[in-house]
Design a protein around this ligand. Structure first.
Ligand SMILES: [Zn+2]
Length: 132
């Protein structure tokens, strides 16, 4: 994945972040998934008055990809306004692993800082369904 591809993925995540529903934490997050077909699906975090029902931007972006019929993740970008780009939480790492065990994770903030890691570096020993 080229630097230019990273940038378009980050742009889509930034755009989705603007729609984040985060009235409780005021922490807005945007995510974008690059699928196996080359399409980009985006998502934002969505909080709830019952806090535990909050869903992260990354999982919402993955759900949009799955709803469109795709099953392969090549890369995921996540954008926040933090000083250091944020990495996906543990739950999101596991959800990404289901469709992209080798996915690239592109972490960015609004000031242009970008970090790229592989999912396998962020989530070693991924849990997989296996035969008994
Ligand atoms: Zn998460």
């Amino acid at each position: 994945m080229s630097g230019k591809a990273h940038l378009s993925l980050i742009e889509r995540a930034k755009k989705a972040r603007l729609n984040a529903f985060a009235p409780y934490s005021r922490f807005k997050v945007g995510a974008a998934v690059l699928s196996g077909s080359g399409k980009i699906y985006s998502g934002c975090n969505m909080e709830n008055a019952s806090y535990g029902l909050t869903v992260c931007a990354e999982r919402n972006a993955v759900a949009a990809m799955v709803a469109a019929g795709e099953r392969e993740i090549m890369a995921v970008a996540v954008v926040t306004d933090l000083k250091t780009p944020a990495s996906p939480c543990g739950a999101c790492r596991q959800v990404i692993a289901e469709f992209g065990p080798g996915a690239k994770i592109v972490m960015a903030n609004l000031k242009g800082a970008v970090q790229v890691r592989s999912l396998s570096a962020l989530l070693p020993l991924q849990f997989k369904k296996q035969k008994k």
